[in-house]
Design a protein around this ligand. Structure first.
Ligand SMILES: [Zn+2]
Length: 441
């Protein structure tokens, strides 16, 4: 039993309750009580005390769109690769990289990303994987790393027609095999979806086949209208928008994640709303790829289930929050915009999206919720209350303020010390893996 105390509790419940000098007690995998430290300390005398040193005690952060496979792209430069549009980025960087990944490199990428997640207070990750040179078993490799490192994960493999029939069938099989394996997992730590690349590399036949195999059981995780080329390709080939195409094919729904949704229109927003599809915004990635700005504010107003991800750009959700806040103020030319929407996306909606896959309450500190708790080092220089806590997070902190990370009741980092990971050894192995991969490119 763990008792995390001596800090300000941010519950992220409906009332955004804050408890100064509070504590969270975790018994097994779940939170058993949240309240004033004084009371909980007497009640749970035998619990191991985790000192928050006067910082913030919060629910772990959730990343609803990430790419573990992109880890080894850090610092990579491929000779002759100077993309001028999104399709060239896919062709010149990502597809070249993922075709060369070995299962060993996938394993190391996963471990490196999970380590960064733990250090940044990210306790749940929705990953979208591709390794077209090593498809079979790749999700199990990531799943094993997730279990070993203790980070809650929802995984899928990117189905695509881009590398031919055989690879496509392998990628479909990989999803369904992993879904089957996940069903036997009783820890609640591992979930699965059906991954899909994007409309422009998915034929009608492929979409139809996947929907038929799925029989309505699992959600899809797909990139939607990220680059303008994807939207144009759909109009030219199928004479409709991507969202409409996915709607007609039965891909949308409350357990489907549509990442990006940059190039969509009013009718598309209606369809996303009607189907209660999750839309995940990735501000840094969109800006970095120069693909345009997602209409987050109008979608929020329409009540779309809008989440926030990183798309592999970073594993720091507070950084993503900062960039989203700036992007939508900048884009709308309105300095008062996005104050409420972005915090809702990262805290409230990401928790709700995760709750569509994981059985128990997540992203909240309350009795019965998963024991996913983080401690952030922070001494506010101005008064801090529930009304302005998001501004303190926005302007006063980043992911690396995390000093302690607990997932599913397991203490993974304490006072910035990773409890089960030899980080120096892992990074050394990663560098070796990256050198080998880069030589192949
Ligand atoms: Zn992505």
């Amino acid at each position: 039993m763990l008792l995390v105390g001596n800090g300000t509790i941010i519950t992220r419940d409906q009332n955004n309750t804050i408890i100064p000098n509070g504590a969270v007690c975790i018994r097994g995998e779940f939170i058993c009580e949240v309240g004033p430290l004084k009371i909980l300390k007497t009640k749970y005398k035998d619990a191991t005390f985790i000192d928050a040193h006067g910082g913030l005690i919060m629910p772990g952060l959730i990343n609803t769109h990430n790419h573990i496979y992109s880890a080894f792209a850090r610092g990579l430069s491929i000779p002759g690769n100077h993309p001028t549009d999104f399709l060239q980025i896919l062709n010149g960087t990502w597809w070249r990289l993922d075709r060369k990944l070995t299962l060993k490199q996938v394993d190391l990428s996963a471990k490196a990303v999970y380590t960064e997640c733990i250090k940044n207070g990210v306790t749940t990750v929705f990953d979208h994987h591709a390794s077209f040179g090593a498809i079979e078993g790749s999700l199990s490799v990531i799943g094993e790393a997730a279990k070993k490192y203790g980070v809650r994960s929802c995984l899928c493999y990117e189905i695509s027609d881009r590398d031919g029939q055989e690879k496509k069938l392998q990628s479909i099989r990989e999803n369904f095999e992993f879904i089957k394996a996940c069903k036997t997992d009783t820890t609640g730590m591992l979930k699965a979806m059906i991954g899909m690349h994007a409309s422009l590399t998915l034929s009608d036949e492929t979409l139809g086949y996947c929907v038929e195999q799925n029989q309505g059981e699992n959600g899809f995780h797909i990139h939607v209208a990220e680059g303008i080329q994807d939207a144009q390709h759909c109009q030219e080939t199928y004479h409709m928008s991507i969202v409409k195409r996915l709607y007609q094919k039965g891909i949308l729904g409350r357990k489907t994640i549509a990442a990006h949704c940059v190039h969509i229109d009013e009718t598309d927003i209606e369809l996303l709303k009607e189907t209660d599809t999750c839309v995940v915004h990735n501000p840094e990635s969109n800006m970095g790829n120069g693909v345009g700005t997602t209409a987050v504010l109008p979608m929020y107003e329409r009540g779309i289930m809008l989440g926030l991800g990183t798309d592999g750009y970073t594993n720091d959700m507070l950084e993503s929050m900062k960039v989203a806040n700036l992007l939508h103020k900048h884009n709308s030319g309105n300095p008062s915009a996005a104050w409420a929407e972005i915090p809702d996306m990262i805290f409230k909606n990401n928790a709700e999206i995760a709750g569509r896959f994981f059985e128990d309450p997540i992203g909240i500190l309350k009795k019965g919720a998963y024991g996913d708790v983080i401690v952030l080092e922070y001494d506010p220089l101005t008064p801090m209350k529930k009304e302005n806590i998001n501004s303190h997070l926005l302007f006063g902190m980043n992911g690396r303020n995390t000093i302690t990370t607990i997932i599913n009741g397991n203490l993974l980092m304490k006072d910035r010390e990773l409890q089960h990971i030899d980080e120096a050894e892992l990074m050394s192995q990663c560098r070796e893996g990256a050198i080998k991969l880069w030589q192949e490119l």
